[in-house]
Design a protein around this ligand. Structure first.
Ligand code: PEP
Ligand code: MG
Length: 753
């Protein structure tokens, strides 16, 4: 298979045919004459594929094995590694030839893989599996489903107890969960290797928290170890147990709980088909395989979940699914899968491709029906739908986040425009709002009194300042109400509220929507030609570089006036009622300090007027986004006038790199493949380019105003690598969407360490 590159499948076919002929289930049930027949079949397969006889000279076999190792180095990563070694003077590579011990020398021999704790959920219980009279490959390839390690005591008590002793010693030594491979050759235990065990994020969480409690590691180690890129999987959905109970859905069978999470989707047996259904038809699929191999990777990546009939916790399906954070049930041996007929049979029930099933990666249960999927236990506890005492996971999570918060300096805020999102973000640990995009409030949301977008349209279509003000007056109470809701949800935490940003055409039905234009005309009682003419007038070739952000409020100051009035009146209302509010008014798309000064003067005038009218003053801040390169390079001048900077790295990336935020998907993935950029620059900050501008702006800004408050509110604010950068450069906070707040807190602590 490896050395001669004969497809693995061809060998399996021979073995399966012989088992079928003898009507036996396991290869160990074959006798010597069967094995002779199998070997003949194998030899034929080799001859067919290589055109030569199987090499019987040991030197030729060794040579072929060495060549295979070197060949496996021929992928990109290894080429890079080799070049690196060449640069360091470590020319060449070595192949170790090592004597082996054998697990397939009869019934007193065996092999196994074990984890000192559970790699799926982290429970501190010896975990693993073994096979007597077998080779390591038999476990990994999922050809035979192995037995749980605790059964080894019955087969070979001595080796089992020795193994338990090794388990304890290795954990104490490495201070981490170990993944150990062993062989028993004729009753003697050999440890082949040990390494830090790969595990799910659930297992990371539990092992980290419990190891701190056991005194094995300190809090810093526990925080440093967590793979930040995986952290969000803690919030992955689970199967709705209420739904299962209510409809009395019984599990069809149970396999191994190889990778956590609940998944539901239509059965697909082949990876290529899975990819097609997901990409072209937007279906949710569950990949069902006898076992998986590396060529299934594409299908595994798009599937909601993976179900296999063969293989253990260390089989390909289990390992890859855990790595992807994809729910997986492996080795559900009752499943009979017929690839040719595209059917799955279990417990007398037959399912065809396309039918719905569900799997529970926490328990290993498989359900022959669609089951609804609901938020993770942590999300339920944080949103108050479940009490903490009902969830061990949530208790571990809260303990862990307390450690994280003890270690970080950077604050974490959220991007949110509604009280509901704000509540969730605060539950996730947000310490304020870093970006409230007020224009999102210009649209009618379900459950709200309609009329907002109509008032906005009326304002846009108005021909005189007077008419514009009339329309804006309709918006004022709605915006004020929105801000009251936000301030209340924040309970005194600061809120950076940004004034209108997008180009106005985004609020009108475009040319391709004449029906929508007619509706607007009807509602506003104006001729449709007027709407069409306005759309034409607002059309821009580069709207993202056009009439938007502060440019709108410089030209139409009445928009700014209404928004600022709404913010300050709302804050005063909340404070007057005994609450707290900390408004920070943010002007977007500043490129020139004079733009900022004009907007600031207008804002201050309105604020003073409100203070006078209400007879009370409240603290507030006025600041700007830094998202135009010109603003970054003239940050010193801007900081003299602005109390805070918030880096809008979406626009700053767009304008620095010259990539359209909306269209660059056509080539950027390829750019990353080619290594032009290490990461997609709209997801992970380009530190070398955009980051350079940010550093400059921070330095100049702080030189001009030492207490300048600095944050980030572009999408990058929730990316762990970018959070690390922000810490280093001396930001006060990062801001990201509610669900990314926990990972940003973790990344901030890791950066501080
Ligand atoms: C930004 O540009 O990074 C930003 C946060 O603003 P928006 O995405 O709304 O343009
Ligand atoms: Mg922007």
């Amino acid at each position: 298979d490896v050395a001669l590159e004969v497809p693995h499948h061809d060998f399996e076919k021979v073995l399966d045919a012989q088992k079928h002929k003898r009507k036996v289930k396991n290869d160990t049930d074959l006798d010597a004459s069967d094995l002779r027949a199998v070997i003949e079949g194998y030899l034929k397969a080799v001859k067919k594929h290589t055109g030569a006889d199987f090499p019987t000279d040991p030197r030729a076999q060794l040579r072929a094995a060495i060549d295979a190792v070197l060949r496996s180095w021929n992928n990109d990563r290894c080429v890079k590694y080799r070049q690196l070694n060449d640069i360091r003077g470590l020319k060449g590579t070595a192949v170790n030839v090592q004597s082996m011990v054998y697990g397939n020398m009869g019934i007193t021999s065996g092999i196994g893989v074990c984890f000192t704790r559970n790699p799926a959920d982290g429970e501190n219980r010896f975990y693993g599996e073994y096979l007597m009279n077998a080779q390591g490959e038999d476990v990994v390839a999922g050809i035979r489903t192995p037995q749980p390690i605790s059964d080894l005591e019955k087969n070979d008590a001595h080796s089992y107890h020795q193994l338990l002793d090794v388990r304890g010693r290795l954990e104490q030594h490495y201070k981490d969960m170990q993944d150990i491979e062993f062989t028993i050759q004729e009753g003697k235990l050999y440890i082949l290797q040990t390494r830090n065990g790969k595990r799910t994020v659930f297992s990371w969480l539990r092992t980290c928290v419990e190891m701190v409690e056991e005194g094995l590691i300190d809090e810093k180690t526990a925080v440093k170890r967590m793979p930040a890129g995986e952290f969000n999987k803690l919030f992955a959905p689970i199967l709705d147990s209420e739904d299962i109970k209510k409809r009395s859905i019984k599990p069809l069978t149970r396999g191994l709980n190889a990778s956590p999470g609940g998944a539901c989707g239509q059965i697909v047996f082949h990876s290529a088909e899975a990819e097609k259904l997901v990409k072209e038809k937007k279906k949710k699929v569950l990949l069902v395989r006898i076992e998986t191999s590396p060529e299934d990777i594409g299908g595994m990546a798009v599937a909601q979940g993976i179900l296999t009939a063969r293989g253990g916790m260390t089989s390909h399906a289990a390992v890859v699914a855990r790595g992807m954070g994809c729910p997986c049930v492996a080795g559900a041996s009752d499943l009979q899968i017929d690839y040719a007929k595209k059917t799955l049979t279990v417990g007398g029930q037959k399912f065809k491709e396309g039918e719905q099933i569900a799997i529970d990666g926490f328990t290993g249960d498989v359900y022959g029906a669609a089951v609804s999927v609901k938020p993770s236990e942590i999300v339920q506890v944080l949103s108050g739908d479940l009490t903490e005492d009902k969830s061990l996971l949530a208790r571990h999570y809260n303990k862990y986040m307390a450690m994280v918060d003890r270690l970080r300096r950077l604050k974490v805020r959220t991007n949110s425009d509604t009280p509901k999102d704000t509540d969730m973000a605060v539950a996730f640990g947000a310490e304020g709002i870093g970006l409230c995009r007020t224009e999102h409030m210009f649209f009618d949301l379900p459950g709200q009194k309609p009329g907002r977008v109509l008032a906005v349209r009326e304002m846009i279509l108005a021909e005189t300042e007077k008419d514009r003000r009339k329309a804006l007056a309709k918006l004022l109470p709605m915006q004020r109400g929105d801000f009251v809701g936000i301030f209340k949800a924040l309970a005194g935490r600061p809120a950076t509220i940004r004034l209108i940003d997008p180009p106005l055409h985004e609020f009108l039905p475009q040319k391709d929507n004449p029906k929508g234009q007619r509706a607007v005309a009807r509602e506003l009682k104006i001729p449709v030609a007027k709407v069409a003419a306005k759309v034409e007038e607002l059309h821009e070739f580069n709207p993202m570089l056009g009439f938007r952000g502060c440019r709108l409020t410089v030209i139409y100051p009445e928009i700014l006036e209404m928004q600022v009035r709404a913010i300050i009146e709302a804050a005063i209302q909340v404070i007057a009622a005994g609450g707290a509010a900390e408004p920070e008014i943010m002007i977007p798309l500043i490129g020139h300090v004079r733009e900022y000064e004009i907007c600031r003067q207008q804002a201050v005038a309105v604020i003073e007027e409100v203070f006078t009218k209400k007879g009370r003053r409240i603290p507030y801040k006025l600041g700007t986004m830094i998202e135009v390169p010109r603003a970054a390079v003239t940050a010193g001048a801007i900081a003299k006038a602005a109390e805070f900077f918030s880096f809008g790295t979406n626009d700053l990336t767009q304008m620095t790199c010259g990539f359209s935020r909306d269209d660059s998907g056509r080539f950027l993935p390829r750019y990353v493949e080619l290594g032009i950029y290490d990461y997609e620059p709209f997801a992970v900050l380009d530190q070398e380019g955009v980051g350079r501008l940010i550093r400059m702006a921070v330095e100049e800004g702080r030189a001009a105003r030492p207490d300048l408050k600095i944050g980030i509110c572009g999408e990058h604010g929730g990316d762990p690598k970018t959070v690390g950068f922000c810490h280093k450069v001396g930001f006060d906070y990062v801001s990201c969407s509610p669900y990314r707040v926990p990972v940003a807190r973790l990344a901030a602590a890791q950066a501080a360490l």
